[in-house]
Write a protein that binds this ligand. Structure first.
Ligand code: ALA
Length: 487
């Protein structure tokens, strides 16, 4: 039994399964620049535009730049490991597929289950934050939508703000239950699901346009912000010392999540051996530089205590007298977060698709549209689940859960690279991690270190999530695994 649980799927078999003609294959259309754009599209979003506020105001202050560097270094190590795997195993499924090849089916299933936290649960948080910025823009345009149609039930339930919490009593009721729904968040997820169902080529073009708008908005913020820097705001630099930087890093880690989504496009990439590493590391490098610069400008513009808001970049611009620029940056934030949603709604179905192809999820989930080659069943199911989560969920409680799940996956991928170097030292590696026995252990250490910056509640929920996953595996995947049944 233990042998069966840890039986690995050979890389040759992974590649053969992916190459099998017909149903199981996706169309190869993406090149290096499109991958970097896919990366930037996935990476810069709610983490920078929204969560930076929590990292700065409650914890790190101006030393948020160091928090960005700490989180970025961890991601760079893990990113190199992702690149080695992605170049060797350029098939759908990301960390799930890599663990199947190295640490066996049980670990692969756990990682696949864990990635739901990164992709689907993460998107619930981003969609709700998107809704907040969208409402800021609507109010700016003089359009008023009743609060009970833009606030999810859990947000009202958990809010410490008496006005928001009071919605539980004042909202209209249906069968005695208060109607508290976030229609903007629900709507954007459904819109994006529709785009994805139309095919990758089109959505990749949409993504490119959104990336350009995102970079222009940030350039505008930096340009205006630089003229309003007061160096006195940099003191105290680290109001909560090392702890503040550590906890800040655990929060802003969210801003880096996404570079790994590039590897989920492995099966749709031209010359993946060359292009995947370029996409992953290139995208990560660009974003790290942007984060450090934005963090430095933001904390230089206003005293950090004033940044405890939902839209810190727009707020800083407003306080510095650039209100109109703030509205444009808010528009950029809305577009950026939509781009993040697009990439994760794209990645999650392809992980489910890979799991279904292996028999760990029902076979019907692996269906691919004959014309567009989109895995439509999983795309639709993911869209509905995330949309409903965004309709009634709360962003703050989902951010930490996403971070802990993703850090766990990154640590396992870093470990997996070492396992495969030992087990299959001679396999061709189009991209090799330099100094792997230093880089991969540092990747594991960095991820675990950042995990410990997260609150206890995140650990508890993460434990419960993994326990549910193990039960599901025992009930379904263990019996239906194609790898096990083929022996
Ligand atoms: N890194 C992505 C964001 O910041 C998930 O929204």
């Amino acid at each position: 039994m233990a042998g069966a649980l840890f039986r690995t799927k050979s890389i040759d078999r992974l590649l053969a399964d992916a190459a099998a003609s017909g149903e199981g294959t996706l169309k190869r259309t993406l090149g290096p620049l499109q991958l970097i754009a896919l990366g930037i599209g996935a990476i810069i979003g709610a983490g920078l535009f929204v969560r930076t506020a929590a990292a700065i105001a409650d914890r790190a202050g101006p030393s948020v730049v160091l928090a960005f560097v700490v989180a970025g270094i961890g991601c760079a190590f893990a990113g190199l490991c992702y690149a080695e795997f992605a170049s060797m195993i350029p098939v759908a499924g990301s960390a799930y597929t890599y663990s199947y090849a190295t640490m066996g089916e049980l670990v692969a299933w756990i990682i696949g289950w864990d990635l739901v936290l990164e992709y689907a649960v993460g998107n619930v948080a981003v969609a709700i934050s998107w809704g907040d910025y969208f409402m800021t823009l609507m109010r700016g345009a003089g359009i008023d939508i009743p609060v009970w149609l833009t606030t999810g039930y859990r947000t009202a339930l958990l809010s410490a703000n008496p006005e928001v919490h009071g919605l539980l009593d004042t909202a209209p009721r249906l069968a005695g239950i208060p109607i508290l729904v976030n229609l903007p968040a629900f709507g954007i997820v459904m819109l994006i699901t529709w785009l994805l169902l139309r095919g990758v080529r089109e959505t990749s073009t949409v993504n490119n346009v959104m990336v350009v708008i995102k970079l222009l908005a940030l350039a505008l913020f930096i340009g205006a912000g630089l003229t309003a820097i007061n160096t006195a705001n940099y003191t105290p630099f680290a109001p909560n010392g090392f702890t503040g930087i550590h906890q800040g890093a655990a929060i802003v880690f969210f801003a880096y999540i996404g570079f790994d989504a590039i590897s989920t496009a492995g099966e749709e990439t031209r010359d993946p051996q060359r292009n995947l590493p370029i996409g992953i590391l290139g995208g990560l490098a660009v974003c790290t530089v942007i984060y450090v610069v934005v963090g430095a400008v933001l904390t230089g513009m206003v005293p950090y205590q004033q940044l405890a808001v939902a839209d810190p970049l727009a707020e800083a611009l407003k306080l510095a007298g650039f209100g109109n620029v703030g509205m444009i940056v808010s528009l950029g934030a809305v577009v950026s977060m939509a781009a993040v949603l697009l990439v994760f709604q794209y990645g999650q179905p392809r992980i489910f698709f890979a799991m279904a192809r292996d028999g760990l999820l029902p076979r019907w989930a692996a269906s691919v549209d004959a014309k567009t080659r989109v895995p439509y069943t999983t795309t639709l199911v993911t869209g509905i689940v995330v949309a409903v989560g965004s309709l009634i969920g709360d962003a703050a409680e989902t951010y930490d859960l996403t971070n802990i799940g993703t850090l766990f996956a990154f640590a396992l991928v870093s470990a997996g690279v070492l396992v495969l170097r030992v087990k299959e030292p001679n396999r061709e590696r189009p991209f090799r991690v330099p100094l792997v026995w230093v880089v991969a252990p540092l990747g594991i250490l960095a991820c675990v270190f950042v995990m410990f910056g997260l609150p206890r509640q995140a650990w508890e929920r993460f434990g419960i999530w993994l326990a549910i996953g193990v039960v599901l595996y025992a009930l379904y995947g263990y019996r239906n695994s194609r790898l096990r049944n083929s022996r």
